[in-house]
Each structure stands twice: as structure tokens, then as C-alpha cells.
Design a protein. Structure first.
Length: 403
């Protein structure tokens, strides 16, 4: 279970259970009085209006946070229900969890209040009053149906189908962790190309709320926890059992790959042993999923109704290049971050799932040089941008070269 869900349960036990039996529905704008409603009322709600913003359901478990003025989706969430209280009374709230930002909202229908819990916080604070609710995925004043049958996997789309079950390389900037065997990893210094430390894979966990892989180094009594959805790395003590408590912040994951290759280092690390600095004598068994050729086309992992577009970026600026993508519907990467590519002259692939025929534009800038392309770091759509956009389709862009 994710750390966020654990603290949500602790919070429920500590603060909410003494009051759950006293809660009852009050009249909400646009809803019938509580006395006339069924026990499953909150599970048929598909829109929660908060005035200037609204939550609207876009799939069986997926919600979107929409800015009503711009009619743009700001963030997406996965719904989490605790279930009915033990006395059989109706549910009065559910949670919306954004695993990309480790943020949660409690939709408290008994008190007409949306409450917010930020990352690393055990407390929920009042965020917005609930103005109205609806059983339809429609927002007052916006003439469209927001239901798109979106699935929770959409919140992992920025990882291009790579999960803790398939990842073989995690680039965190100065170093990269690369898989060398069925449960063996090494940490490689990217500047020297040398493997410096060995790790064993202690476990992994994949759910709608979390995608985690844990590596341990017994020689130094440390473990690394890689949370792939928010691209966050934590370091902790190896003695903490799995599942494990949160560790201390360590860094961010810049690039993920399903191959045992590190950007800028021309070798396949699968079968490598640090003792001899050579590939192992025998090939891994077929069941261990040997690496796919880096020239092979990516497997299409787009959900039904979506397309998979592969962007190719080449950085020749002499500086670190940051990149964001934007459509009328979404922003990539999905955790309010940006892609980061070193100036190595190599082609770097970034795969997104998008709605066919939607227009997607890039905002690109150098980290230290102050140069910008396309929509820039703020994704300013008022800029003239005739060459920085692509139409969503199943395919690959030409190499986009930045000098």
C-alpha cells in the first residue's frame, strides 16, 4: 500500500471515525434533499462544482480538475473509496488521489467541503466549498460531456508504458541505475561510464496509486526507493522492511527505459558483472526478458481510443535542455516537471498517449543559457508557434534539433 494511502487510513482512524456515525447529508445545490437519496448517492456523482473550478469524472475511476474560465484540465485523479461505515450508514466522502504529485483531495459531501492534503502532510485542510453536484459528467456553463472512459493508467502515460515491472534503466542525472540481471542492478557514474555500486532488487509494487521499485545495497546498508509516477527517488536504511516507510528525498528520475542502456554510454549493460567489468559468460534465460534492440519500434501501450506519439529530441545547445508539451487537454510530463536532456547530440525518445488529431505543442528552454523555443517554459499559447506543434497520431516525429 502506498505511503499516501497509509496516512489516509491513519487519518481516518484518528480524526474521522469518532464522527462518522454523526454525519448526515445536507442539501447540496443541484441535488435532492438527503432524505430522498439512496445509500449509493456519492458513487453516482460525476461532477462537483466549486465555483471557479470543478471536478468532473472522465472514466470509471478517473476524475479531472477543470479550470472553468479556460475550460482546461489542470490535473487528473484516481478515486478511492473506504467503503460503507460498519453500521451500514451511507458513505459521505471519497478521496481523489493524484499520484503524480502525491496530493489528495477529500470530497466531504456531508459538510459541502473539498479538503486538500499535500505531499508529506497528515492533515486535510478546507480547500473549496461544494457549490453543486451532478450525476452527469457535465460542468455548468461548459457545453461538453467530459466522459472519455479514461483509465487510471493514463496517470502513468508520461512513462510511456514503462512500469516497475519492466524498467531496466533509471537516469537520475549524474548517475544512472541499470539492470544487469533478473534481480541485479548497478549504479553507473555517467561522467566516467564506470559502475560504482551493486544493488539487489528487494521488491516492487504497481497499483493505480503507486508504481515503486526498491533496490538495496547490503555493503552500505542503504536502500533506494524509486517512485516512478512522480519520478521521485528516496534513500533510507536497509533495515526498514518491505513495504517500507518513506525515506529521505534523494533526487528525481530524468529518464526511464525498458532497455539496459544509459544515454550517452554506448553499451548494453545486461549481463555485466562489476567484479570483472565484462558481460557475463551466459545469456539470461528467456523468462528474464532480455533487452529489446534500441532500434526496435516502441510497443504501442496507448489505452483504447488513444494514440501513441513518439517525440524525438536532439540537444546540441551546449546546455541542459528542458522540454514540456501541451495540448488543449493535457500537459506532459504529468507531474508539473519538465524533461531534461544533456547536450550529447543523441536522439532522445519521449512517448505520450494522446487523443487522435489533437494538436500538441512544445515549450523548450535551456537551463542556464536563457534561450527558448516554441511556447517557452510557461507554455504560453499566445506565442506564434507555426513549427513547434504536432498532430496526435500513432507514429514518430522527425528529430527536433536544438542548436
Amino acid at each position: 500500500m502506498s505511503a499516501l494511502k497509509v496516512r489516509l487510513r491513519k487519518l481516518l482512524a484518528r480524526r474521522l471515525l469518532p464522527f462518522l456515525f454523526l454525519l448526515s447529508f445536507v442539501t447540496l445545490a443541484g441535488m435532492q434533499p438527503a432524505a430522498s437519496q439512496s445509500a449509493n448517492d456519492i458513487n453516482v456523482i460525476q461532477m462537483v462544482d466549486m465555483g471557479d473550478t470543478a471536478f468532473v469524472k472522465t472514466g470509471p475511476q478517473v476524475w479531472a480538475h477543470v479550470d472553468k474560465a479556460s475550460q482546461q484540465i489542470q490535473y487528473r485523479f484516481v478515486q478511492f473509496n473506504f467503503g460503507k461505515p460498519v453500521d451500514g450508514s451511507p458513505e459521505t466522502f471519497f478521496l481523489l488521489i493524484d499520484p503524480t504529485r502525491e496530493t489528495g483531495f477529500m470530497l466531504d459531501f456531508a459538510n459541502n467541503m473539498v479538503k486538500l492534503s499535500l505531499s508529506n502532510s497528515n492533515e486535510y485542510q478546507d480547500f473549496r466549498r461544494i457549490v453543486a453536484v451532478s450525476p452527469l459528467s457535465q460542468i455548468p456553463g461548459i457545453n461538453r460531456d467530459w466522459w472519455q472512459n479514461e483509465q487510471p493508467s493514463l496517470l502513468r502515460a508520461h512513462n510511456a508504458g514503462i512500469t516497475s515491472q519492466s524498467v531496466r534503466m533509471m537516469d537520475i542525472g549524474k548517475s544512472a541505475f541499470v539492470k544487469t540481471g533478473p534481480s541485479e542492478w548497478v549504479e553507473v557514474n555517467k561522467a566516467t561510464g564506470a559502475a560504482e555500486f551493486t544493488f539487489s532488487e528487494l521488491g516492487s509494487h504497481l497499483s493505480d496509486y503507486e508504481d515503486v521499485i526498491v533496490l538495496g545495497d547490503t555493503s552500505r546498508n542503504i536502500r533506494f526507493k524509486f517512485n516512478l509516477i512522480p519520478r521521485k527517488v528516496e534513500i533510507g536504511n536497509l533495515n526498514v522492511p518491505f513495504p517500507r516507510a518513506d525515506g529521505d528525498p534523494y533526487g528525481k528520475i530524468d529518464i526511464l527505459s525498458a532497455n539496459s542502456w544509459i544515454p550517452g554510454i554506448q553499451r548494453d549493460w545486461w549481463g555485466y558483472t562489476i567484479a570483472t567489468n565484462t558481460p557475463a559468460a551466459t545469456n539470461p534465460p528467456a523468462a528474464s526478458n532480455p533487452p529489446v534492440s534500441s532500434n526496435a519500434p516502441p510497443v504501442n501501450t496507448a489505452p483504447p481510443g488513444m494514440a501513441q506519439l513518439t517525440w524525438i529530441f536532439r540537444n546540441q545547445t551546449g546546455d541542459v535542455l528542458n522540454i514540456r508539451l501541451k495540448s488543449d487537454r493535457a500537459i506532459w510530463p504529468g507531474n508539473n516537471g519538465a524533461l531534461a536532456y544533456n547536450s550529447d547530440g543523441l536522439d532522445h525518445k519521449y512517448i505520450i498517449n494522446c487523443v487522435p488529431n489533437e494538436t500538441i505543442c512544445y515549450g523548450v528552454w535551456t537551463r542556464n543559457g536563457g534561450r527558448e523555443w516554441g511556447l517557452g517554459p510557461n507554455l504560453d499559447t499566445s506565442r506564434s508557434c507555426q513549427t513547434c506543434c504536432q498532430t496526435c497520431r500513432n507514429g514518430t516525429t522527425n528529430a527536433l534539433i536544438f542548436n
